[in-house]
Design a protein around this ligand. Structure first.
Ligand code: FUL
Ligand code: CA
Length: 504
């Protein structure tokens, strides 16, 4: 009992210690009360973000670099960071993550700690600073700014020694202090060989503490404590995506979990296997010692490679493919991080721009008109004090809630007039935690109801596509939940039929 109340005291924050021998239901209820930190919640609400992989690899036509590539090869002739950010903004992205240094070790800013940077190139007569140009363009267009700084470095002579950690922290300090607010710091876990064939022992906790000190609002992504890599670079997230997952028992994580509590500033090492089908269902969390809020990010490139290669010009993902990716990432409780690799001119290539524009047009025409907006909502098993119209006020911060402690609830959406639709959008008030485990959408058929779509998790947002139906009434039933469901928004939309996958 003492242990239990201790655990309860931990809930309502981003991490909970789970006492042994609790029932699966009690563990699920604790999980439901774990909440995102403010930085995680703000990041989740961005929904769609972009990546820019650009640097010496762009000119060497490589993906991971080679140690003997000369800095002078870097020479974009028409570089225009404003064109990058304008393209991202027009596509609907809210944050741009720039590769400041990739595994090749080349710095896209004039670091004082190495010669291997833009300062030893002909670009802008050696006076250029790409990190500055991109961060300023972000400010101009109202996008948030993030940085990718690769810990792996195949060029630095320090790599493979303790000095490298100091070198890396010096680079990080420059990037995190010279360019204003940074909202995402993306660390890759890759640890390959350096120029001497040695590998590095990274001091992750020191890196994390430095980010927290210099940019406290930034999420630390992927090899970091705030944002989890979804586990694939395909653009397709899991259908069952829990933002609360176990912090695994193995020793580095335990050490780091301790450091999270000591530092009081949210640092721990990410848990092991990210590739599994489902990471957070009852079965996956029932024996965990700790549970954490650790939401998923889906990173994918618009081209086959992360860097620009001319031979990929005809292989840019089509608008329909990008829309499918959007539904399978943003629509599956994840943030989409779409890579747009600028070309050797220093511009986002015309083919990529065209695909993005068409993707945006499809998404706008679907989502700009929510058929549920002026509907009447008839709830069942709801909290009598809660207003069901909160689900259609287009405000993420207002929600309708099921009766206290209830594990299911339902409501009928009565449209002003019968309409045709093939997409349901539904969101939980995720700032209070993630609760829903399964739900269905139904339309009347004779005297009964027919299921048109079903799903497991909802979280921040779930988008379900189904063959078009024509109806005035839709019933949404939350069939299982870890605590009373709290639904912040619902929407009914119509997409071109070709974008509805056939076999669901
Ligand atoms: C990977 C890297 O090795 C790729 O080059 C790319 O940066 C991708 C986003 O992460 O692990
Ligand atoms: Ca709302």
């Amino acid at each position: 009992m003492i242990a239990f109340s201790c655990a309860m005291a931990q809930t309502g924050s981003g991490i909970a210690i789970i006492p042994q021998h609790l029932s699966a239901d009690s563990v699920a209820k604790i999980a439901a009360r774990i909440r995102p930190s403010e930085r995680q919640a703000a990041w989740q609400e961005l929904e769609f973000t972009v990546f820019f992989h650009f640097g010496i690899n762009t000119f060497a036509d490589l993906e991971w670099g080679k140690k003997d590539v000369k800095a002078g090869l870097f020479n974009p002739t028409e570089l225009d960071a404003r064109q990058w950010i304008r393209t991202a903004k027009e596509a609907g992205a809210k944050l741009a993550v720039l590769v400041a240094k990739h595994h090749d070790g080349f710095c896209n800013w004039p670091s004082k700690y190495t010669d291997y940077s833009v300062k030893n190139t002909a670009w802008r007569d050696g006076k250029g600073d790409l990190v500055k140009e991109v961060s300023e363009a972000c400010k101009e267009y109202g996008l948030k700014f993030g940085v990718y700084v690769s810990p792996w470095d195949i060029h630095s002579i320090y790599y493979g020694s303790e000095q490298y950690n100091t070198y890396f922290e010096n680079l990080l300090t420059e990037v995190l202090t010279q360019y204003g607010e940074v909202d995402e710091v993306w660390f890759d876990g890759a640890c390959g060989e350096g120029p001497n064939g040695k590998k590095q022992v990274y001091d992750w906790i020191a890196y994390y503490n430095l980010v927290r000190k210099l940019q406290p609002k930034a999420v630390i992504a992927v090899m970091g404590p705030d944002v989890r890599w979804v586990g694939t670079e395909s653009g397709y997230g899991r259908e069952t995506e829990w933002s609360v997952v176990p912090l695994s028992l193995s020793s580095p994580e335990n050490i780091a979990a301790g450091s999270q509590q000591d530092a009081g500033n949210g640092v721990f090492l990410p848990p092991g296997d990210m590739m599994k089908e489902d990471l957070g269902s009852r079965d996956k969390i029932k024996d965990a010692s700790h549970l954490v809020w650790y939401p998923s990010e889906v990173d994918v490139s618009i081209r086959p490679g992360w860097f620009y290669h001319e031979h990929d010009d005809s292989l840019v993902k089509s608008p329909d493919k990008l829309v499918d990716i959007y539904f399978s990432s943003v629509g599956r409780n994840s943030v989409l991080l779409l890579n747009l690799p600028p070309d050797k001119r220093g511009l986002i290539h015309e083919n990529d721009v065209k695909s993005l524009r068409e993707m945006r047009a499809i998404l706008d025409s679907a989502f700009n008109s929510n058929l549920a907006t002026h509907a009447v909502i008839i709830p069942a098993n709801g909290n009598p004090k809660s207003n069901p119209l909160n689900m259609i006020d287009n405000k993420a911060g207002t929600y309708w809630t099921g009766k206290k402690g209830s594990r299911h609830a339902s409501f009928i959406v009565e449209l002003r007039q019968a309409a045709s639709f093939n997409c349901l959008g539904i969101s939980e008030y995720f700032r209070n935690g993630q609760r829903v485990e399964s739900f269905v959408a139904e339309v009347p058929e004779g005297k009964s109801w027919k299921v048109i779509a079903s799903g497991t998790t909802i979280g921040y947002k779930r988008l379900l596509r189904f063959p078009s139906v024509f109806s005035k009434l839709v019933r949404i039933r939350i069939t299982a939940s870890r605590d009373n469901p709290e639904i912040s928004e619902i929407g009914l939309y119509s997409l071109p039929e070709r974008l509805v996958p056939g076999d669901r």
